[in-house]
Design a protein around this ligand. Structure first.
Ligand SMILES: C[S@@+](CC[C@H](N)C(=O)[O-])C[C@H]1O[C@@H](n2cnc3c(N)ncnc32)[C@H](O)[C@@H]1O
Length: 304
């Protein structure tokens, strides 16, 4: 029986190792397959976006989409990136929200936080803060964030209900989510679900799309849109270093391996009379006022 703690520890160790690889040899790859180029994490960002970012922030990128390109960020917004890794999406968000806004990165892995803070230092940006913590228990007050982004991280959580509940809590009414993630197409074989290696590799914990939607609804989100970015083939899984795992646990030689990268958008609705501080006891420091827009542009995402 695999416990939530075991999953978290395996994930943490895996990404600590990824961070160390970047720090010591400048290499890594999404959901950690090895030193080769990863079809899932490569080519997610345009050359213009990457311009001026520290090389280690780019090399450390382990995402499966480009949530910043899809989040319709505005000057002055407060953004929170769940599982910020080496910090690439936090640094990109900081550019978009400008000096009157703020970009937080949240990560549970010390080595990743160290790398991200070093990347922040190299980038010379001050409207950024990296926080240590778990996305199942976010260290931010109620209603303090305009936009939550995340890149290939929610699938890693053993308790997605908690993640979505916390996301709903820290967002202000009218605040929104733009998450790049992996979803499963159909049932994931039980053996695969139990594989810690596959969990840390972003596949075993992937929700089916309908399940993703219903968990977001249960947490109180509305306006849920799930847009497919890329359906993975067996060759993609192989390229991402997951071929052996999928072969071993029952997704054999299929043209499609039953996983896709998606961008998920949702809104915390504005409900009259039901808002205000006190939902968690983590009181909001400042009321956040910003406009809500739903016009996110699809980007070049290719997924974790
Ligand atoms: C696949 S990497 C993605 C990193 C980053 N979003 C990117 O696009 O490069 C997953 C990251 O999420 C972090 N992480 C995984 N589970 C987490 C959790 N429950 N709470 C906070 N961080 C988590 C890991 O430490 C790791 O840095």
């Amino acid at each position: 029986m695999t416990t939530e703690r075991e999953i978290k520890e395996t994930v943490r160790e895996r990404y600590a190792e990824s961070a160390r690889k970047v720090t010591t040899s400048g290499e890594t790859s999404c959901c950690d397959s090895g030193p080769t180029e990863n079809v899932i994490s490569s080519k997610l960002y345009t050359t213009d976006e990457l311009q001026g970012l520290p090389q280690d922030a780019v090399v450390a990128s382990l995402g499966c989409g480009n949530p910043v390109a899809m989040a319709d960020l505005h000057e002055g917004d407060v953004v929170l990136d769940l599982g910020s890794g080496g910090g690439i999406d936090v640094l990109l968000s900081a550019r978009r929200v400008g000096p009157t806004g703020k970009a937080y990165g949240l990560d549970m892995t010390d080595e990743m936080l160290e790398l991200a803070r070093e990347n922040q230092r190299k980038a010379g940006v001050t409207n950024v803060e990296f926080l240590k913590g778990e996305m199942e228990d976010m260290p931010l007050p109620d209603g303090s964030v305009d936009v939550i982004i995340s890149n290939c991280v929610v699938n890693l959580s053993p308790d997605k209900d908690k993640v979505f509940k916390e996301a709903n809590r820290v967002l202000r009414p009218g605040g929104r989510l733009a998450i790049a993630d992996i979803v499963a197409r159909g049932d994931v074989p039980q053996d695969l679900r139990r594989s810690l290696e596959a969990w840390a590799g972003c596949v075993a914990g992937a929700l089916e799309e309908g399940e993703y939607r219903s968990k977001l609804e249960s947490a109180g989100f509305t306006g849920i849109e799930i847009e497919s970015l890329r359906e993975y083939t067996a060759a993609d899984a192989e390229g991402a270093g997951l071929g052996d795992v999928l072969q071993k646990y029952g997704k054999k030689g299929a043209e499609q391996v039953g996983f896709a990268s998606v961008i998920v958008r949702a809104v915390r609705p504005v409900l009259s009379g039901a808002e205000g501080p006190g939902r968690s006891g983590k009181a909001a420091e400042t009321p956040v006022v910003a406009t809500v827009s739903e016009s996110a542009e699809p980007g070049p995402g290719r997924c974790c």
